[in-house]
Design a protein around this ligand. Structure first.
Ligand code: ADP
Length: 324
């Protein structure tokens, strides 16, 4: 075991994601396995500053794998953006005898980790965000469940669109990232997918609908990432230019909720155990990643915090899958 790694803390920060609880559980159970105490920090970096700590034992996290949300709450903390705030967090950890930290969150959370690392904090990061937009890892906790929730909704909406011969315009989450829209759109057989990474081509949407009608299609579904376009505007243009009635549904926070699915539970469990093992082995300032085959870790620095590239080629599949 690394010197002085007897008591570690775990927190969730930024946007919540299904599977965060499974990751907390894994961190707590792995700490016990390696003979370390584990403390839960409530409300992310805010709790790290104020000392909102709660000791966690193996029983405290029983059955947590199946629960959505995060039992430790999450928060966005402006004070942590200041040097004074981060120094307060360091002091609080020292005062409470915290030797290492596992931070579960998205790229903002990791920026916070990077700053803590510069102050000498022994921190390891676990990627959890429904947006799956962190460049260094192909999978983040929560993405799979969020996509599946969205697909279920899109399928249901489609039933009623079919009955009324309408076009649905479904807005999914992803402020600046189109990963949810791309995956949901392909899986649900969308007529068109609008993502922030690519300029919206209204002609293409209109042509897809007109082509579809020529080939006997009577209902259509457009998937819009929230950062790509105004879904209301998209619906209005479709009605004006094709005469097909359009209805907008904004899925919103329903995508963040629900029991995490198999993939997110497994990834969260693997990553949680790996993060604690790193601290136990004396490897700090790293973040865990998964490429679909193996779990590894990389050093946390500015370069890995880039936005994850969207496979725009995958959008081309839509054209091949159109009715002809
Ligand atoms: P996410 O982790 O889901 O991307 P945010 O971007 O809201 O969520 O980040 C979560 C928290 O991380 C912020 O409220 C802030 O306290 C901290 N944080 C974000 N960016 C930085 C930064 N550049 N330096 C220090 N802390 C940061």
């Amino acid at each position: 075991m690394a010197d002085n790694m007897n008591r570690i803390a775990v927190l969730t920060s930024g946007g919540d994601a299904p599977g965060m609880n499974a990751a907390i559980r894994a961190v707590v159970r792995a700490s016990a396995y390696y003979g370390m105490e584990c403390v839960g920090v409530r409300r992310g970096y805010q709790g790290l500053i104020t000392g909102d700590f709660r000791p966690l034992n193996s029983l405290d996290v029983s059955a947590m794998s199946s629960r959505g949300g995060t039992m430790l709450y999450t928060a966005r903390c402006n004070e942590f953006l200041t040097e004074a705030g981060r120094q307060r967090a360091m002091d609080t950890m020292k005062y409470n005898g915290i030797d290492g930290l596992v931070a579960i969150g998205g790229d903002g959370t990791f920026r916070g980790c990077l700053e803590l690392k510069k102050l000498g904090c022994k921190v390891v990061g676990i990627p959890a965000t429904i947006d799956n937009d962190i460049s260094y890892t192909d999978y983040t906790i929560g993405f799979d469940t969020a996509c599946n929730v969205a697909i279920e909704c899109v399928d249901k909406i489609r039933d009623t669109m079919q009955s009324h011969e309408r076009c649905s315009v479904v807005e999914v989450m992803g402020r600046t990232s189109g990963h949810i829209a791309l995956n949901v759109g392909i899986a649900a057989g969308a007529t068109a997918i609008l993502v922030p990474e690519k300029e919206v081509d209204f002609d293409e949407i209109i042509n897809n609908i007109k082509d579809g009608r020529l080939h006997g299609r009577t209902n259509f579904n457009i998937i819009v990432a929230e950062g790509a376009a105004s879904s209301q505007e998209v619906a209005s243009r479709i009605e004006q230019e094709t005469g097909v009635e359009a209805r907008v549904t904004v899925l919103g926070h329903v995508q963040r909720g629900g029991s995490p699915l198999l993939r997110d539970r497994i990834i969260a469990s693997e990553m949680g155990v790996r993060a604690v093992k790193l601290l136990h082995d004396g490897v700090y300032g790293h973040v865990i990643c998964f490429d679909g085959r193996e779990y590894t870790d990389v050093e946390l620095d500015e370069s890995i915090l880039q936005r994850r590239f969207l496979d725009e080629q995958a959008l081309a599949i839509l054209d091949v899958l159109k009715p002809r």
